[in-house]
Design a protein around this ligand. Structure first.
Ligand SMILES: Cc1cc2nc3c(=O)[nH]c(=O)nc-3n(C[C@H](O)[C@H](O)[C@H](O)COP(=O)(O)O)c2cc1C
Length: 198
């Protein structure tokens, strides 16, 4: 009868997945594709809904128990996060589970992480709900608007970076850097699975 057990298990798994995959949405903002890559990987692994950030559609988040927001860091700012953060209570989602991830090319040392968390109003967010993932930058295939913005920011980007790290950070922008790593999403998957199990 073992051939009977397997289909049943499969059906149970399917049912579980069907009720699971509508509990989580991933909202992302990406300019040059690095954050989008992570968004795709995470959404695929979790079988969850995914949408590009749009101010008009932000309210959809209220239909989900778990909200993952991912974006890229620009001069320390997690782009577009402000709009979500400022409206959490308007959307009635201040009690939903929120996970934020940000991609960047500056090494997320404890010091830099504390800076980014603070600047973006994420101090209250538990450490296992806030992730800084290695991003990607290359002047050769970066949108010209972003390149211009980067130039305009100049040294300001490095002010919050520890002296020991500044040279490395500058070289990542100058020589190009690709830190994109599939493994980096694993703690996020684990956290969402924990939320799903709760
Ligand atoms: C204008 C500009 C400012 C940036 N500022 C930062 C920064 O403050 N900290 C950081 O770690 N990376 C910074 N970066 C690097 C981007 O965050 C990184 O390239 C990111 O992975 C891009 O994501 P995307 O490909 O999804 O747009 C900056 C890049 C640009 C173009």
């Amino acid at each position: 009868m073992s051939h009977m057990r397997n289909p049943n298990r499969q059906a149970a798994k399917r049912r579980a997945t069907q009720s699971e995959n509508s509990d989580t949405i991933l909202i992302y903002n990406s300019s040059n594709g690095a954050t989008e890559k992570y968004a795709e990987w995470i959404a695929e692994a979790l079988d969850c809904d995914v949408m590009k950030y749009s101010r008009a559609k932000l309210g959809y988040a209220s239909m989900y128990k778990n909200i993952i927001f991912g974006s890229w860091i620009r001069g320390g700012e997690i782009t577009r996060f402000n709009m979500l953060r400022a409206n959490l209570s308007n959307f009635g989602i201040d009690n939903n589970n929120l996970i934020v991830f940000a991609t960047g090319v500056i090494e997320p040392t404890d010091e830099y992480r504390t800076f980014v968390k603070g600047l973006n109003g994420c101090k209250q967010l538990p450490d296992d709900c806030f992730y800084m993932l290695p991003g990607k930058y290359n002047s050769k295939d970066c949108k010209s608007a972003d390149k211009i913005a980067l130039k305009a920011m100049g040294e300001k980007i490095f002010v919050p970076v520890h002296d020991d790290q500044v040279q490395d950070a500058k070289e990542r922008f100058e020589n190009g850097y690709d830190g994109i790593d599939h493994e980096a999403i694993l703690p996020i998957l684990e956290k969402v699975r924990e939320f799903r199990g709760a």
